[in-house]
Design a protein around this ligand. Structure first.
Ligand code: SF4
Length: 398
C-alpha cells in the first residue's frame, strides 16, 4: 500500500480556519500522531501529506492545510501553499470547530470548492466543547453532508470515513493507462532508454505504471532499450500489438518500428490518462506562429536534478528556438509552482506530470484556458518536432 505513488491516490484535503482542529482530525482518521498539534492558532506551517487506505476507495492521501485566514508575511506564504493544495484536491473535508461560527473564511472556501467542482464533506470538530455553534445549520443550509467528530476519543471518525466514501468522486482517475488499447495475450514492447539522464538502478514512474497496467490487462510485455529494439522485434513471430517508447527516442525508434505497428510514448499515454489530450494537441497549432522574443513557460511537476542534456532545460528550448529561428524568452517552473497569471505567455510546455495527480493537471490546463494560452506536453511537442505526431497519437485516439 505504501508504494502506491501519491499521484494516483485520491487526495482528501482537510480545510478549516486556524485552530479548527484539522491536525487532530487527521491524527484521529489515521490513528497516528502525525501533524503538529497545538492550541496556538496557525501552528501548522506547511501542508502535511499522509498516505493511508480507506476501504473501499483504496489508497488515499490526506492533506492537512495551513490556516488560510492567517495574517502577515508567513501567512501569505501559507495562503499560497493552501491554494496549491486546492489545485490537487479531489475531496474537501471542511472543518468547523463547535466553538466557532461559520464566517467569511468558510463561505470563501465553499465558493472555491464549488468553482472547482470539488465535493465537500463537513466536520464539526471539538464536539466535547459544544458551545451552541450554528455550524450544523450552516452545513444544512448549504446542503453539505457533515459529521460530528471528537478527535480525542475518535467518536464520529467511522461515520466520517463512510461519508467520505459516499461522496468521493469516482472519476478522479481513469481506470487504465493503456489497458483499453490492448487485449489479453497481446505483445507490447516498452522502450526505455538507459542514458545519463536515467535514474540509477530503476525505471521511472511512467514506465513502471504502464508496465503494471499492461500486465493487469493480461498482455505479454517486453522491455528493451532503443538499441536492442530491432533485435527484440526480430525475435517475435508476429509483430507486437504496440510499441511504447520514451518520447525522447521518437526519432530513432520510429525508424526501427515498422509503419504498420502502432507506436506511441509514455508521455502521450499520460496526456490521455491525466490531462486532456485534445487540449494538448490544440496547443501544437501555435508553434509555427511563435516569434523571436515570445515568452514560453516550461513546467515540470517535480524537482529532479537537470542533466547536461536535460529535456526541459536544454533540448526543448533548443528545438523551439531552432524552429523559430531566434531566441525565445523562456522561463521554468518546477514542482508545485505554477503561475497564477499566464497572460503574457505565448505557450506553456508541460512535462508528462507523472508526479502530480489528475486534479492538479486539469487545474493547470484550466488556468491556461482562462488565460487563453495554448499548452502542449513534452511527448506531443517532440512528436511534432520529429514529424511523426499523427503516427504516435493515432494509436491512443479513439
Ligand atoms: S519532470 Fe514531470 S514527467 Fe518528468 S519525472 Fe518529473 S513529474 Fe514526471
Amino acid at each position: 500500500m505504501l508504494d502506491t505513488p501519491r499521484s494516483v491516490r485520491l487526495h482528501i484535503a482537510i480545510f478549516g480556519r486556524r485552530n479548527a482542529g484539522k491536525s487532530s482530525l487527521i491524527n484521529a482518521i489515521t490513528n497516528q500522531e502525525l501533524a503538529v498539534v497545538s492550541s496556538i492558532p496557525g501552528t501548522t506551517t506547511d501542508p502535511v501529506f499522509k498516505s493511508m487506505e480507506i476501504s473501499p476507495i483504496g489508497p488515499v492521501t490526506l492533506i492537512d492545510t495551513a490556516g488560510i485566514d492567517d495574517e502577515g508575511e508567513l501567512g501569505e506564504l501559507r495562503v499560497k501553499k493552501t491554494r496549491q493544495v486546492l489545485a490537487k484536491t479531489d475531496l474537501m473535508v471542511l472543518t468547523i470547530s463547535s466553538e466557532s461560527t461559520p464566517d467569511e473564511f468558510d463561505e470563501n472556501i465553499l465558493e472555491e470548492a464549488k468553482k472547482r467542482c470539488i465535493p465537500i464533506v463537513g466536520v464539526i470538530s471539538k464536539v466535547d466543547i459544544d458551545s451552541g455553534s450554528n455550524a450544523a445549520l450552516w452545513f444544512e443550509k448549504n446542503k453539505l453532508p457533515y459529521c460530528r467528530v471528537d478527535s480525542l476519543t475518535r467518536q464520529g471518525v467511522d461515520e466520517l470515513k463512510l461519508t467520505i466514501v459516499k461522496n468521493a468522486p469516482v472519476d478522479y482517475l481513469p481506470s487504465t493507462i493503456v489497458g483499453d488499447l490492448i487485449t489479453q495475450n497481446d505483445v507490447i514492447i516498452l522502450v526505455t532508454p538507459v542514458d545519463a539522464g536515467a535514474p540509477k538502478s530503476r525505471l521511472i514512474l511512467p514506465q513502471v505504471q504502464v508496465l503494471r497496467d499492461a500486465l493487469d490487462a493480461g498482455a505479454n510485455v517486453m522491455v528493451t532499450r532503443e538499441h536492442e529494439l530491432d533485435n527484440a522485434l526480430k525475435s517475435l513471430k508476429n509483430p507486437p500489438r504496440m510499441v511504447v517508447t520514451d518520447s525522447q527516442a521518437f526519432d530513432f525508434v520510429s525508424k526501427v518500428v515498422p509503419e504498420d505497428v502502432p507506436l506511441t510514448s509514455f508521455s502521450i499515454l499520460y496526456a490521455r490518462y491525466k490531462g486532456n489530450l485534445r487540449e494538448f494537441l490544440n496547443g501544437i497549432k501555435v508553434i509555427d506562429t511563435l516569434k523571436e522574443g515570445d515568452k514560453v513557460l516550461i513546467a515540470e511537476a517535480c524537482t529532479h536534478y537537470p542533466s547536461h542534456e536535460d529535456i526541459g532545460r536544454i533540448k526543448i528550448p533548443r528545438w523551439l528556438e531552432k524552429r523559430v529561428g531566434g531566441k525565445l524568452d523562456i522561463s521554468w517552473v518546477v514542482g508545485g509552482d505554477f503561475p497564477e497569471n499566464l497572460k503574457d505567455y505565448k505557450l506553456v510546455v508541460h512535462c508528462g506530470a507523472c508526479m502530480i495527480n489528475r486534479a492538479e493537471v486539469l487545474n493547470r490546463l484550466e488556468k491556461c484556458k482562462e488565460a487563453e494560452v495554448p499548452v502542449v506536453n513534452y511527448g506531443i511537442l517532440i512528436g511534432f518536432m520529429t514529424g511523426i505526431l499523427d503516427r504516435v497519437v493515432s494509436p491512443v485516439v479513439r
